[in-house]
Design a protein around this ligand. Structure first.
Ligand SMILES: Nc1ncnc2c1ncn2[C@@H]1O[C@H](COP(=O)(O)OP(=O)(O)O)[C@@H](O)[C@H]1O
Ligand SMILES: [Mg+2]
Length: 484
């Protein structure tokens, strides 16, 4: 059997059922008690009748006198349903007979006239309806003579059984009606009780992307719903946060694409405004190429981040000699560094578990930044070190450069996409403003992390690679924030 899907209906049914069970048990108990009580009363009446008849017999002298005034005896049995009274002579000749249904009088043991009738002396007999009934037979003295007659008092219990049956019938109906009323009340109460839930649903339905700041009212919600409301509010807060990051991200994205493209359009328009020499066209194409490259880099970086967000970057993790990698990169950047009058120094040795291409990419991004921010005449340091730690230790690669520190308030944001601490460099052709976001993503893919420390005159980025190689398949990467 399937439960109804409505909570209100379920509660109403439960109320109805509980009430029916309670009422039925009470009714069963009461009808049992009533039956016992009626039986007890009947038995007392039987005893009482015998005493009454004996009392009347004391006032008559002969059997003939009894016959002459049977009414006196009949009266005492009047109004007692199912009561049978027979007074007969010891020879069996009936003197008084009150037996409207003509039951055949059973042979009962007859109590002597001197013996007091008692409930315990009652005997069982079966009337025509077959219901076990009680009765008593006793001798009664006539006047103060020693002559006696036989008194038989019987009570047909059929009436009692019918009474109880009728009573049960009524109680059954009352129980059913009670259960129906309880179910109805339960339905109304449950509907009322669930009103806050409907209100909450209506509030939740009103939330749209333009109204993500809407919150459910936790304070006025009943205690049972408060947890749900709070959880929904937390969810809304997270959604709102992600949504606003996403909006900012796409706005930034549009902006960052617009700059190189308007550069391209502007320069091209100016050059085309009049006819120019070959050298000028060459210069334009060269300048355009730079912008194309920047656009290509941005698109490539965006794609990389998007793929990493969806865990679609396959990692080929190998054990690499980190020192060898750093030496190679230092060599690669030699010319750029020399250009800026910056020295490069590599220190330390360690093995590292990493994807070679991604490791190079991360270090390249850091080196590129370091060289750009390092003042002329300074040294950019590349250090590698194995830090012993519980659980195998990590390999740490550090890129340190001198130069003005990154303001502490911007530090938490620099790993976000399109973030730049120094807005004056916004249009630099070399900058895609995704470099550190990519480093962060690469480190997450490796199960490691990147941290930065920027203090008076020195900025240091550290890459921590975990000792244990991760599975070669890309692990799910928690989507890095658009702007962290
Ligand atoms: N070594 C560094 N010294 C000072 N500031 C840095 C350094 N590296 C990064 N930053 C700051 O962090 C910002 C984000 O860096 P990045 O994501 O690589 O973007 P981009 O280099 O394209 O500007 C940079 O614009 C810069 O302001
Ligand atoms: Mg950079």
């Amino acid at each position: 059997m399937r439960l109804p899907s409505s909570l209100t209906t379920r509660l109403a049914l439960a109320y109805g059922l509980a009430t029916a069970v309670i009422l039925a048990s009470v009714a069963a108990y009461l009808s049992g008690a009533l039956s016992v009580q009626l039986e007890g009363r009947d038995e007392s009446e039987l005893v009482g009748e015998v005493l009454l008849v004996r009392h009347l017999l004391r006032e008559v002298r002969s059997e003939a006198e009894i016959r002459a005034d049977t009414h006196r005896f009949a009266d005492i049995a009047m109004g007692h349903e199912g009561l049978i009274l027979v007074v007969r002579s010891r020879q069996g000749e009936p003197l008084v007979t009150l037996n409207p249904r003509n039951e055949s009088v059973p042979p009962l043991r007859v109590l002597p006239a001197t013996m007091q009738p008692e409930k315990s002396l009652l005997q069982t007999w079966y009337p025509k309806n077959g219901v076990p009934s009680r009765g008593i037979a006793a001798l009664g003295q006539l006047g103060d003579s020693d002559k006696a007659v036989e008194i038989v008092v019987l009570r047909d219990a059929g009436y009692r059984v019918a009474l109880i049956r009728e009573y049960r019938h009524q109680v059954l109906w009352a129980t059913l009606c009670g259960a129906a009323v309880a179910a109805g009340l339960g339905f109304a109460l449950a509907r009322r009780g669930l009103r806050p839930l409907r209100r909450m649903a209506a509030d939740a339905a009103a939330v749209t992307t333009s109204r993500l700041a809407t919150r459910l009212d936790v304070g006025s919600a009943p205690a049972e719903l408060r947890e749900l409301a709070a959880a929904l509010n937390d969810m809304l807060a997270r959604l709102q946060d992600s949504f606003s990051r996403l909006s900012e991200f796409s706005a930034d994205l549009a902006h960052d694409f617009r700059t190189p493209i308007s550069n391209l359009i502007g320069q091209t328009q100016v050059t085309l405004a009049q006819s120019r020499g070959v050298a000028e066209y060459e210069a334009l194409l060269e300048s355009n190429l730079e912008e194309y490259e920047r656009l290509a880099r941005m698109i490539e970086n965006m794609l990389f981040l998007a793929r990493a967000d969806h865990a679609q970057v396959a990692l080929g993790i190998r054990t690499l000699d980190a020192r060898e990698e750093l030496d190679k990169m230092a060599e690669y950047f030699e010319a750029v560094a020399a250009d800026r009058d910056v020295a490069l120094a590599v220190n330390g040795t360690a093995m590292v578990q990493a994807d070679q291409t991604l490791l190079r990419r991360a270090v390249t991004n850091l080196l590129d930044n370091a060289l750009r921010h390092a003042p002329a005449g300074s040294t950019v340091r590349l250090d590698v070190e194995r830090a012993a730690a519980p659980g195998g230790g990590t390999t740490c690669i550090r890129v340190t450069n001198a130069g003005p520190a990154i303001p502490p308030e911007t530090l938490p944001h620099i790993f976000g996409r399109f973030y730049r601490a120094d807005p004056s460099r916004r249009n630099s052709a070399a900058s895609t403003r995704l470099g550190l976001a990519i480093v962060d993503t690469i480190m997450r893919l490796h199960g490691g992390s990147v941290t930065v420390r920027s203090l008076a005159g020195e900025t240091m980025f550290s890459l921590q690679f975990p000792a244990e190689a991760l599975a070669t398949a890309a692990p799910p990467v928690p989507a890095p924030a658009a702007v962290s």
